[in-house]
Design a protein around this ligand. Structure first.
Ligand SMILES: [Zn+2]
Length: 325
């Protein structure tokens, strides 16, 4: 028996011949998440000899309007809809990474623990799921002191998690948050963010090193100043055997907005002008040097490359490869 399988072209031909059967406008091809039961908590890849494991802390949503406060609302809505994204709420992943190089295991940022949002705070459980023991972490590099990056630094007894690790943060970043009476120098809406940063940095004080631009944590892993999002924001560069990766933190925050509209800045970006200048510089360098990038808030696992596209850029995600070992 022959089974007839009309192709879409056949159907279109049919519908052209018989308008009564015309197809409706194609449905918006947006995909939604299942209600529960889906988890991709870690992802491994390599850069030369460096072994990297992206470890998720979870996700949260922010206002899509706030991601481009210097853009017209209609522009943002059109941009989001053109990219099949929600026009009102912005879904943000939180991608930590452990860099294994030589005898060191460097974790970037510590997530928000149980102090921020119910959808975040999963870093430790996903680290365990990845097979990395907490005791093996030798260094913790902090990109900046916002809640989603640092509030998980202390346990319920106010002691730093990873008690044997060295913590590193930009001296400029540390000094900004720890300035006397900073809490009364910011808007009322930002006061809880300041108190959280101060409590977090204080908990790790004994193990904390304040670093400058170009600080090499271990050979092949360097912290660089990428200010704007916060005053002392830092990113990391991993280099091994001629390959390199930029770990952006929040200096590049969205795979579409930050690349295609690099001049848009967000409500949370402390210094808008510097944010945009830093972002463009990083995009120029990564595109020209063909460096890989890993961003904290990109869709998990957040790894890929940047290509120049006229006056803007495009993100090419790395191909997910199954670990069949
Ligand atoms: Zn962030």
């Amino acid at each position: 028996m022959t089974i007839l399988r009309p192709s879409r072209r056949d159907i279109l031909k049919m519908s052209a011949a018989a308008p009564a059967f015309a197809l409706g406008a194609p449905a918006l091809a947006k995909v939604s998440a299942p209600a529960s039961g889906q988890s991709a908590g870690y992802f491994r890849f390599t850069v030369g000899e460096a072994k990297l494991t992206v470890v998720s802390d979870g996700h949260f949503t922010s206002s899509a309007r706030d991601i481009g406060i210097n853009a017209e609302e209609a522009e943002i809505v059109a941009f989001m809809e053109a990219h099949f994204l929600d026009a009102t709420s912005h879904y943000e992943h939180t991608n930590h990474v452990v860099i294994e190089l030589g005898d060191s295991k460097v974790l970037v940022d510590v997530g928000s623990g149980n102090r921020f949002l119910p959808t975040t705070g999963h870093m430790l459980e996903n680290l365990a799921a990845s097979g990395i023991n907490e005791d093996e972490i030798t260094h913790v590099a902090l990109t900046h002191a916002h809640p989603d990056h640092i509030w998980g630094i202390r346990d319920d007894f106010d002691e730093a998690i990873f008690p044997d690790a060295e913590y590193l943060i930009g001296a400029t970043e540390y000094d900004w948050w720890m300035t006397d009476d900073r809490v009364n120098l910011v808007d009322a809406t930002d006061q809880s963010m300041v108190l959280g940063a101060v409590n977090s940095l204080t908990a790790a004080e004994a193990q904390l090193t304040r670093v400058a631009d170009g600080h090499e944590i271990v050979p092949g892993v360097t912290m660089i100043a990428t200010p704007g999002h916060t005053t002392g924001h830092m990113s990391l560069i991993v280099e091994s055997e001629g390959h390199s990766l930029l770990i952006t933190g929040d200096a590049i925050r969205d795979p579409y907005v930050s690349m295609e509209r690099p001049e848009w800045y967000a409500q949370i970006d402390m210094d808008p002008e510097t944010t945009v200048a830093t972002r463009k510089k990083l995009l120029d360098i990564t595109a020209a040097d063909r460096m890989a990038v890993l961003s904290y808030h990109f869709p998990f696992p957040g790894v890929g490359h940047v290509i120049a596209d006229g006056d803007a850029y495009r993100f090419i995600p790395a191909l997910w490869q199954w670990d069949q070992g």
